[in-house]
Design a protein. Structure first.
Length: 185
């Protein structure tokens, strides 16, 4: 039994809406000279998948608040850009409060700052919303395409760090699709 593992980062370049993530990964592996083996695990950042799948990239200057009083009120109260506040309003199920720079929101049953909207790896003036597709569906699609092209039975995890309100530090969250890596299907 193998008791060790290696972690290797892959350079992918800038991901844009419409990119095929399986092709991006296979190209990156080819450029680095790495090959996949059965049982390998590929972990992909959630916001990169969201960007590739489209519909998740918001240009803040084009996001004119349809309900300016609400967005402007939140922006003023919590020291935020009103366009970002509007994007958060549109993405959240419920806004329950805020702290400077963030609205605390319920989104899909989880308390998230800014409804999971992330600007850290987005082009200037844009933010990335959570993926429109369920992460397991995205992971399964990428896994199946890679298996079809390589014959390797791998595991794909769509993951991201999450900062939860009233919690110090960062929590890793991931979804994985591994039933095919352990069976003939």
């Amino acid at each position: 039994m193998n008791t060790q593992f290696n972690v290797t980062g892959l350079r992918t370049g800038i991901v844009v809406p419409g990119d095929d993530f399986s092709e991006i990964l296979l190209d990156s592996l080819l450029q680095t000279g790495l090959t996949l083996e059965d049982g390998d695990v590929i972990v992909i950042a959630e916001n990169a998948v969201a960007t590739a799948e489209g519909g998740a990239l918001v240009t803040l200057s084009e996001n004119t608040p349809p309900s300016p009083p609400e967005a402007c009120r939140y922006a003023e109260t919590y020291q935020m850009d009103p366009h970002l506040a509007e994007a958060v309003i549109q993405e959240s199920d419920t806004i329950i409060g805020g702290i400077p720079g963030f609205l605390l929101c319920m989104k899909n049953g989880t308390l998230l700052p800014n409804a999971g909207i992330d600007g850290s790896n987005a082009p200037p003036g844009t933010v990335v919303c959570l993926p429109r597709n369920p992460p397991n569906k995205s992971a399964e699609t990428i896994r199946a395409k890679i298996q079809e092209k390589t014959g390797c039975r791998i595991i794909v995890i769509i993951a991201d760090s999450r900062t939860h309100a009233m919690r110090l530090g960062v929590q890793w969250c991931g979804n994985r699709v591994c039933r095919h890596a352990c069976s003939d299907g």
